[in-house]
Design a binder for this molecule. Structure first.
Ligand SMILES: *[C@@H]1O[C@H](CO)[C@@H](O)[C@H](O)[C@H]1NC(C)=O
Ligand SMILES: *[C@@H]1O[C@H](CO)[C@@H](O)[C@H](O)[C@H]1NC(C)=O
Ligand SMILES: *[C@@H]1O[C@H](CO)[C@@H](O)[C@H](O)[C@H]1NC(C)=O
Ligand SMILES: *[C@@H]1O[C@H](CO)[C@@H](O)[C@H](O)[C@H]1NC(C)=O
Ligand SMILES: *[C@@H]1O[C@H](CO)[C@@H](O)[C@H](O)[C@H]1NC(C)=O
Ligand SMILES: *[C@@H]1O[C@H](CO)[C@@H](O)[C@H](O)[C@H]1NC(C)=O
Ligand SMILES: *[C@@H]1O[C@H](CO)[C@@H](O)[C@H](O)[C@H]1NC(C)=O
Length: 792
């Protein structure tokens, strides 16, 4: 069959006049296609599509339409199947166009497994069109049946999608039978994705809890019509639309498929034989698709790979197939004294709440779950809008996923006597996310991760760990090309080519910053987003695998008060990071220009604390910034602070740092450094707390710690000493007057004294000499927010 197709393909393109093989794109009345005759395949005139028997298993075939491939080594990409759930036998199976005008597919010559149930008095013909549509056409031009009306999991360009059609995913990558996911117009005429495994069912796109109009959809447009145009634009009557990344060319092959993992993806390619690339997809984070890992499991995603794992105390039900999820190793009794809870930080489980209540304390929520034997766990999450904690108790743990940006934790119920393995108990205060994801590398070399090493290089500026990776320079142009080729740009987080960034920065012409690791340039990306591109010094470049491991960790951090990384480039010796561009520049510049009123200053202090608290988040990834200073706090258009340059320091595993004296070398910037750096104490997240305290003092006083008048002792603490001394000097005055003494004169006394006092108190706690006396960053946030709310 392959040889035949190949020859046909070559012929039909070699001969420029239309190469007419009428028997090859059509089947006439009374004839049939037989599975045994290898050449019994219909091929569209343009050579793009074929229809015939497609192997789906051992001696199992489905009648299908597929994209032809130019090479014998590839089986064509299937776009339609007649009998996906009832494959036919390899012997004696036939597709017959009967005299009555109907098409039947019979298994081994006897049972009919599929039929069009059409009828015509006129002669009919089956025709495979250039668009991939198989049409049963009567001689008077009436279309009796067409494959476009009953899609399988794919729609092609110009194929209408209506209330009468739906897409059903296949079961798995190699199994074409009907799977769990469905795309359809719901009863309110809204285009939706649904997960249905018989046992569990839910809509997951748009999210079930969102009203259509909240996500830009329009309900009740009865035309219920959607289609993909040849240029790559998809439009639906409920106002859902998108354009593919490669929008604009008619000559591209495109197919929109509901994949077996529940993601809706648009694939494109230039011509037959090329590799398909994803040019749009509904979900950037596949963990948000319901059912992906089955019940009692947790899904994690790191920009490269999705990973499923069983909850502690659970085992995979079916070793081969995650969709069955996991089952508990224990039996839950009804005695509330027999349980304890295990925290899964930043984990959400969607659905199956038997109770959801706003403003619930942790203890109340826990008790609620303990009292009900069917309760498998609960989620306690913080609502930013309302400033309260919500409690959700679960009867089933389904659709679980973990993302660092989620603002809640889930606690699962385990028997007290259940013994957790080492691996599992680590989860309780997890550093499992920190274990670097295995990067799918196309190179043969084993991927070595250098995780915890300390490069103590003293000095004013932090020297990034990238420096050491120099030892591992590996130029892998090929792997770069490979890895890139199958991601056309499917996520906001993307891999850029060096040429692309060179163009975007106009040849690295507009420098906007400079640090020890490299120079930052302003860039305009091809989608017209303005970006900051940090070009790491070539001397500090590292092997690609290590770089990617690092990037995937940094790139996964996602918080409104951290600068967002959009992508990276690793090509040859070039290592570049692409960040969002913040128009207001750094806190440093803004302070020296005196453009910040007290409100902005307060918000900046709160936001910066939030960003750092997130970085320090104990149970996920412990990242010490180690160089908190006003130059590293950038301001967005509405003066939202965003902490920059994190992650270039060192990722630290909890506990590791206490035992690693080698890390205790000086780093950071003079004036902001905690005393531990010089007193040889262990380095913990409290070094960032100290630096934060100094930054807040700078925000309040407008004085830079490196330029305090009369402060001879510049090693550290100049500003801190000045503030403390000033407060002591004024100790007899009223509090407001004391605060007044140290406030930045450029505010001209216009500020909320109480608020500034709160901030001052927090800052002074942060700069305590004894690191154990300093609060954690999350305590700082709480303190500031708490007071903050009281004033409103
Ligand atoms: C495909 O999956 C279905 C449903 O799980 C199963 O019944 C069938 O045997 C599978 N087919 C193959 C070829 O593995
Ligand atoms: C093509 O199909 C055959 C028959 O089922 C199978 O053995 C082979 O692995 C497939 N090749 C590819 C590249 O999928
Ligand atoms: C309904 O959908 C059709 C087809 O997409 C569109 O032309 C029409 O404007 C829509 N009507 C409303 C009221 O949005
Ligand atoms: C696509 O949808 C957006 C948001 O609903 C809308 O603003 C835009 O006009 C639509 N594009 C087109 C070409 O209809
Ligand atoms: C759970 O209970 C069932 C039946 O009561 C029993 O067969 C099974 O061994 C129990 N499992 C465990 C882990 O105790
Ligand atoms: C998890 O840790 C918390 C506090 O660290 C502890 O109270 C709880 O018992 C632990 N849970 C399990 C299941 O080990
Ligand atoms: C939350 O509950 C506490 C105590 O029950 C109450 O004081 C507080 O006002 C509540 N907050 C909100 C936002 O309802």
């Amino acid at each position: 069959m392959g040889t035949y197709l190949f020859i046909f393909y070559v012929l039909s393109f070699a001969i420029s006049s239309p190469f007419s093989l009428s028997e090859s794109d059509s089947l006439s009345r009374g004839s049939s296609l037989s599975l045994e005759r290898k050449n019994d395949v219909l091929t569209s005139r343009n050579g793009v599509f074929s229809a015939g028997f497609y192997p789906v298993g051992v001696n199992a075939y489905c009648f299908a339409i597929w994209f032809n491939e130019a090479s014998q080594n590839h089986n064509g990409t299937v776009v339609w199947m007649a009998n996906r759930d009832q494959p036919v036998n390899g012997k004696g199976s036939k597709l017959m166009l009967r005299e009555a005008g109907d098409l039947i597919l019979s298994d081994a010559g006897r049972t009919t497994v599929w039929a069009t149930t059409t009828f015509s008095l006129k002669p009919v013909q089956l025709h495979l069109s250039d668009s991939g549509n198989m049409v049963l056409l009567a001689s008077d031009g009436v279309v009796l049946w067409q494959s476009f009306d009953s899609p399988t999991d794919t729609i092609l360009t110009n194929q209408p999608f209506t209330r009468n059609t739906n897409l059903v995913s296949s079961r798995s990558r190699g199994n074409f039978s009907s799977g769990f996911y469905k795309l359809f117009f719901d009863g309110h005429d809204v285009l939706r994705l649904n997960f249905d495994s018989k046992a569990l069912s839910s809509n997951y796109w748009p999210p079930e809890w969102a009203l259509p109009w909240d996500v830009g959809r329009v309900a009740y447009n009865h035309s219920t019509f959607a289609w993909l145009d040849p240029l790559g634009y998809f439009d639906s009557s409920d106002k859902f639309n998108f354009s593919s990344e490669d929008y604009g060319s008619r000559l591209i092959h495109r197919r929109l498929r509901l994949d077996h993992d529940g993601n809706l993806r648009l694939y494109s390619r230039k011509s037959l034989g090329d590799r398909w690339v994803v040019s749009w997809q509904a979900f950037h984070n596949p963990c948000k698709i319901h059912g992906v890992c089955g019940p009692n499991s947790l899904c994690t995603f790191d920009h490269f790979d999705r990973k499923c794992s069983c909850l502690p105390g659970h085992q995979m039900k079916n070793r081969e197939d995650w969709s069955y999820g996991c089952e508990p190793d224990f039996n839950l009794s009804c005695d509330e004294n027999e349980y304890r809870f295990l925290k899964l930080p930043r984990a959400e489980f969607y659905g199956y709440d038997f109770h959801s209540s706003p403003n619930y304390t942790f203890t109340d929520c826990q008790n609620l779950c303990l009292q009900r034997c069917e309760c498998k766990g609960f989620e306690h999450s913080f609502s930013l809008d309302e400033g309260i904690f919500n409690c959700y108790t679960k009867t089933l743990l389904t659709n679980g996923y973990q993302v660092p940006s989620y603002s809640g934790d889930t606690y699962i119920k385990l028997p007290k006597n259940y013994h957790l393995s080492d691996e599992e108990s680590k989860l309780n205060c997890s550093d499992r996310v920190i274990t670097h994801a295995k990067i799918k590398s196309h190179e043969n070399q084993t991927v070595r991760f250098i995780l915890w090493f300390a490069t103590g290089i003293g000095g004013l500026e932090i020297i990034s760990i990238l420096f050491v990776w120099c030892l591992l320079i590996k130029t892998q142009q090929n792997s770069t090309a490979n890895a890139r080729s199958n991601v056309l740009v499917t996520t906001r987080f993307k891999r850029f080519s060096f040429a692309e960034l060179k163009k975007a920065t106009r040849g690295f012409s507009q420098e906007i910053g400079r640090g020890s690791e490299g120079i930052v340039y302003k860039a305009i990306l091809s989608d017209s987003r303005v970006a900051a591109v940090k070009r790491l010094n070539e001397a500090s470049c590292q092997g690609e695998a290590e770089f990617l491991a690092e990037i995937s960790t940094i790139g996964r951090l996602n918080h409104m008060n951290l600068i967002e990384m959009w992508g990276y480039c690793a090509e040859g010796n070039h290592r570049l990071l692409v960040y969002e561009y913040l128009e207001h520049g750094s806190l440093d510049e803004n302070l020296s220009r005196n453009v910040l009123d007290w409100k902005k200053r307060f918000e900046i202090a709160v936001g910066t604390a939030k960003g750092l608290a997130y970085l320090h988040e104990e149970c996920l990834e412990w990242i010490l910034h180690c160089d908190v200073k006003p130059q590293n706090v950038l301001l967005s258009s509405n003066y939202q602070p965003k902490v920059a340059d994190f992650g270039l320091s060192k990722l630290l595993k909890r506990g590791e740092l206490i035992n690693k004296p080698s890390f205790s070398r000086i780093r950071g910037t003079r004036g902001y450094m905690a005393p531990e750096w010089v007193t040889n104490q262990s380095i913990t997240s409290k070094v960032d707390v100290y630096s934060y305290g100094v930054v807040v003092l700078e925000i309040l006083t407008g004085k830079s710690p490196t330029a305090i008048d009369g402060a001879k002792d510049m090693k550290h603490g100049g500003l801190v000493k000045w503030v403390k001394q000033s407060l002591i000097d004024a100790s007899s005055s009223e509090t407001t007057l004391r605060v007044e003494k140290i406030m930045d004169p450029s505010m001209k006394g216009e500020y909320d004294a109480e608020k500034m006092e709160t901030l001052l108190r927090a800052a002074l706690e942060c700069v305590a000499e004894d690191k154990d006396a300093r609060p954690t960053m999350s305590q700082v946030v709480e303190a500031l927010l708490h007071d903050h709310e009281n004033y409103h």
